[in-house]
Design a protein around this ligand. Structure first.
Ligand SMILES: Cc1cc2nc3c(=O)[nH]c(=O)nc-3n(C[C@H](O)[C@H](O)[C@H](O)COP(=O)(O)O)c2cc1C
Length: 218
């Protein structure tokens, strides 16, 4: 795919078909993602991918955890409710919510919650992990690595979603997949082929005008 198209057309996909992803594709995607820059080439990111039966089991458990009132999410990077973000970020979140109602309908939240219960039916979840005592700079490296994964995937026609949803129960995650020693899960990226018929995939997030985010000093 043309490079500009890869960047312009990537979208968070919230419903994937049952078509599995070839293991070769997964390996090549991660190998390309490794080209991401990192602090002094420290290359702190490790990758664990759940697919097949492992993921089917995790999907069942995830729905149960989401519906268990006694279970609270506990991610490595703490969750922060909307009202604790700065006002500009809150305004963008509100725009996104309104856009979702226009594009998907008033029940977009229910659809989104149901899709989340099923881990969006992703056919592979790529968990990016860091050493427990990671430097905050490594979070930047993880972001770069993530974007490379999503771009390399889309180049092969594979859609993606980066999601808090995948790492919100960090302890349960550790019981299902063995992470490398001393590593903690930072973010998960779901991969698969987009279900074009799914209403939840009609979400198309806007971006702010570039002159509102960019300052060029002369
Ligand atoms: C770190 C991170 C975590 C996210 N977590 C979720 C999530 O748990 N559930 C979800 O539906 N979308 C999640 N998203 C996707 C964002 O909602 C999405 O990227 C944003 O609305 C912009 O839309 P786009 O990616 O389609 O351009 C996450 C994105 C990022 C970068």
């Amino acid at each position: 795919m043309e490079f500009q198209k890869v960047l312009a057309e990537r979208r968070a996909t919230r419903a994937f078909t049952d078509q599995p992803i070839a293991l070769d594709d997964l390996q090549q995607i991660v190998q390309l993602a490794q080209q991401a820059p990192s602090w002094v080439n420290s290359q702190p990111v490790r990758v664990t991918i759940a697919t097949g039966d492992t993921l089917a089991k995790m999907r069942r458990q995830h729905a149960q955890l989401n519906h268990n009132q006694e279970v609270h999410s506990h991610s490595v990077i703490p969750y922060r409710p909307k009202n604790e973000w700065d006002s500009a970020a809150q305004a963008n979140m509100d725009d996104w919510f309104e856009g979702n109602i226009e594009q998907v309908g008033i029940d977009w939240r229910q659809l989104s919650t149901a899709a989340a219960d099923q881990l969006y039916n992703a056919q592979a979840i790529v968990y990016l992990t860091l050493p427990k005592n990671y430097s905050e700079w490594s979070l930047i490296d993880t972001g770069a690595f993530s974007q490379n994964i999503m771009s390399a995937a889309l180049d092969r026609g594979i859609a993606s979603i980066p999601a808090f949803e995948f790492v919100k129960y960090a302890d349960a995650l550790r019981t299902n997949i063995q992470l490398p020693d001393g590593q903690v899960p930072i973010v998960g990226i779901g991969l698969g082929y987009a279900d074009q018929a799914a209403a939840i995939n009609k979400i198309h997030a806007n971006r702010m005008p570039v002159d509102e985010v960019l300052t060029i000093l002369k």
